[in-house]
Design a protein around this ligand. Structure first.
Ligand code: AHM
Ligand code: MG
Length: 367
């Protein structure tokens, strides 16, 4: 019967995860976590899709608060709750760290909140840590521009690896120390990462460290269906993607590199085209599929760029490398950086291997 269902639907994300678990490629806990991510992604897709309708209903067409009156919660706050709670109810997470919250928090769930008839005790067995940005680029939603969710999953380190440097552990309770130590892991320790793009279609792209797979939400059945069994970024592209409004503030190597490729004076002798949405998930998704280079480099005002290492830089770099691409800060590999703070920023340059290598030469020569 299982096969019959799949003949009608294609390979669903749920089937994909079950089959990986059956083959021992992921454990049951990770399978549960992806169950929850899948469900949360569907809810967020719906929220993003209907946001203008809800806004119009609340404000009325003249922009005045209507009779229902209460303040509307911001979409990034709502989506944070959706994603966080979906993860917590798996009982498999020791720690959750969101771009929307100041500190990483304990991921366990107390009893069975809100479900009647399920009042017996439940012991959390969480050993995973999830870092996420529930709605990246949320300022774009009002204009109908694509936005996304980005996430990464770590395993909880052993107590011995949980020692925090004294300056970081100061003033924190034991539990806060555990959560922080678990969260401050370099990208190369990720066991899974992915993103969801809410756009013309809803796309979910993930990696368990064995290549990159893409799914598309089939809204008629409410399931993510595999549409790209193995995503490989082209080794070379023709597109660059960066906020060139800041070019005057960038580091010299970055500025020179972009000037070179857009003038057609780079290794391929072809002028590159500019594509920039200003919504990382959309810009990365295009880069992954069409090739080229995406950058949010350091500039005079922001020595570490804008994007966050844990919620944006590391998961996206893991996906990029798994698809055969590269991800650097300029001189070094993004996945090698050990974070010292949960909201730490990092310059990122990622995309097709040959393009990133060409860019890196400008940094190497500047030394
Ligand atoms: P956010 O986390 O506040 O939404 O900001 C992150 C977004 C990314 O999606 C995007 O790559 C970047 O900010 C765009 O920044 P800019 O407007 O400076 O080009
Ligand atoms: Mg963000």
């Amino acid at each position: 019967e299982f096969e019959d269902v799949c003949e009608q639907t294609g390979v669903t994300l749920s089937r994909y995860c079950i089959e990986l678990a059956n083959r021992g490629k992921i454990d049951e806990d990770l399978n549960s976590i992806f169950n929850s991510i899948r469900e949360a992604a569907k809810v967020i897709a719906k929220l993003v899709n209907t946001a203008p309708l809800q806004q119009a209903e609340l404000l009325g067409l003249q922009g005045e608060i209507n009779v229902q009156g209460e303040d509307q919660k911001k979409l990034d706050v709502i989506t944070n709750d959706v994603f966080k709670n979906a993860l917590r109810y798996t009982g498999k997470l020791g720690t959750l760290a969101s771009e929307e919250e100041d500190e990483p928090v304990d991921g366990s769930v107390g009893g069975s909140e809100a479900i009647p008839l399920l009042s017996d005790e439940f012991a959390d067995t969480g050993k995973y840590i999830c870092v996420f940005d529930p709605l990246d680029g949320s300022s774009n939603v009002d204009a109908g521009i694509p936005v996304g969710t980005i996430f990464g999953v770590f395993e909880e380190p052993s107590p011995a690896e949980c020692e925090l440097p004294a300056d970081l552990s100061k003033g924190l309770s034991e539990e806060q120390q555990r959560c922080l130590a678990g969260t401050l892991q370099p990208g190369k320790s990720l066991v899974a990462a992915g993103y969801v793009l809410y756009s013309a279609s809803t796309e979910l792209v993930l990696t368990f460290g064995q290549g990159v797979v893409g799914f598309t939400l089939d809204t008629s059945i409410g399931e993510f269906v595999m549409t790209r069994p193995s995503i490989q970024i082209p080794p070379r592209g023709k597109i660059y993607s960066a906020n060139t409004g800041n070019i005057g503030e960038w580091d010299q190597p970055m500025r020179e590199y972009i000037q070179t490729i857009r003038a057609g004076k780079g290794e391929t002798d072809t002028p590159y085209s500019l594509r920039y949405i200003g919504s990382m998930v959309g810009d990365i998704h295009r880069t992954l599929l069409y090739g080229g280079i995406f950058a949010y480099p350091a500039d005079n005002k922001n020595q570490d760029g804008k994007l966050r290492l844990l919620y944006e830089g590391a998961p996206m770099s893991f996906i990029m490398e798994q698809a055969g691409g590269k991800a650097i800060t300029g001189h070094s590999r993004v996945l090698d950086i050990p974070p010292v703070g949960v909201h730490q920023r990092v310059p990122v340059i990622l995309g097709s291997a040959e393009d990133v290598e060409e860019c890196k030469k400008f940094f190497d020569e500047s030394n």
